[in-house]
Every structure is written in structure tokens, then in C-alpha cells.
Design a binder for this molecule. Structure first.
Ligand SMILES: [Fe+2]
Length: 208
């Protein structure tokens, strides 16, 4: 089973990166928010009764952590056009992703609406930020959508990585994963896929 791969795709051109960062820095970007709990509920109504990320509290080494949140914003059309040309237009959702929260921890979870996430990172959110993958006691490594692993006492870390900047990475988000040690906003383009384009090639694949 693979956990993540580095996709053979070019870096986003500098002028498009500037547009993405201008959006990130634009205080009026809240009008371009595209994700919310209602979005996830509408995408997967059968999972709507499950715990919401905003209500998740993780317990690690006896300390409680309030969950970081990820917010998504609509990109400029020429950024979408570039992604369609160089990667795919078959995504479930695509936007500027900003992740941060009060305790610097995006708690272990599977994603809500997609089996795979594609990430391109502009700011990691801190020098020691790591993405960690877990297996929960009594469960297979790959899980359903919208599952949380809130008690670290029941989780075994199977891999951790510092995802590099300006690299297109595909993650297997069916495996419980967290983002830890956030001290500032983690700024990325993210999109979701339920099927991986057959024509993609990779320069590195990390397996369990
Ligand atoms: Fe995730």
C-alpha cells in the first residue's frame, strides 16, 4: 500500500504563485470560501451524522488539543487552467487551502469527501511541521471516509514526513493522518480525487 507519491509535474509558474499568495493575503478572500461542514455534508450525505472536524478534540500524552481547521478558497481561473493542463480537471474539489488552529495540531483523520488528496505547498506552517500516518488499534490501516483518531494512546505511527515545498504530492487519505507542530498558516493548493489519472507518473513512491 502506498502512502504518498511525488508526481512528475512542473512547479507552478512564479506569476501564478504570486496570484495564489495574493489571494492568501487578501482580507476579502472570505467571500471565496468554498468548504464548510455543509459542503462536506452535501458531498457525502450518508456521512453527515458523523463528528464534525470543528468538534474534534485529540488526547495526546494526557493533554487535550483542539483540532486545527482547513479552509478552502476559490483560485483564480488561470490557476485552474494551468492545473487542468498539467495535472487534471477530474478533481472533486480544488482550491487554496489554509490550515491552522489554536493548538497547532490537525488531529488524525481520514478525509471527508475524497480518497486521495493532491497537495502543493507554499508555506509548511512552521519549521518542524510533520505529516504523520497512523494505524488505530483493532482497525486496518485503510479506513472509511470521515473517521477520526482522537486518542493517541490507540494509535501507532506508521510513517511521518516533512512534505517539501513546491512539489505535487498525492496522499492516500484513506489512512489516518495528522499535521503536527503547526505554528502558523499552512498554505497549499489542494485538490481531491476519487480516481488517480492513469497517465500520471511519479518520481518517488512511499509505501508502508
Ligand atoms: Fe486530511
Amino acid at each position: 500500500m502506498w502512502l504518498y507519491k511525488f508526481i512528475n509535474a512542473p512547479e507552478l509558474p512564479e506569476e501564478l504563485e504570486h496570484k495564489v499568495m495574493a489571494l492568501y493575503n487578501d482580507p476579502s478572500k472570505e467571500t471565496r470560501r468554498i468548504n464548510s461542514n455543509s459542503y462536506a455534508d452535501a458531498m457525502k450525505p450518508d456521512l453527515a451524522g458523523r463528528l464534525h472536524p470543528k468538534d474534534v478534540v485529540a488526547i495526546k500524552d494526557g493533554k487535550s488539543y483542539r483540532n486545527s481547521r482547513g479552509f478552502r478558497y476559490t483560485l483564480d481561473q488561470d490557476v485552474y487552467d494551468w492545473i487542468h493542463q498539467h495535472l487534471t480537471d477530474q478533481y472533486t474539489d480544488c482550491g487554496l487551502s489554509v490550515i491552522h488552529g489554536p493548538d497547532g495540531l490537525l488531529a488524525p483523520h481520514t478525509d471527508q469527501t475524497r480518497s486521495f488528496a493532491i497537495l502543493y505547498t507554499f508555506d509548511t506552517g512552521g519549521p518542524d511541521v510533520r505529516t504523520a500516518f497512523y494505524q488505530e488499534d483493532g482497525h486496518p490501516v485503510e479506513r472509511e471516509l470521515r473517521v477520526f483518531g482522537t486518542d493517541y494512546a490507540n494509535l501507532r505511527e506508521v510513517h511521518a514526513v516533512q512534505i517539501p515545498l513546491r512539489t505535487w504530492v498525492i496522499m492516500n487519505t484513506n489512512v489516518l493522518h495528522s499535521v503536527e507542530n503547526l505554528i502558523s498558516d499552512r498554505v497549499q493548493i489542494q485538490f481531491g480525487l476519487n480516481e488517480v489519472p492513469a497517465e500520471w507518473t511519479y518520481n518517488q513512491e512511499i509505501n508502508l
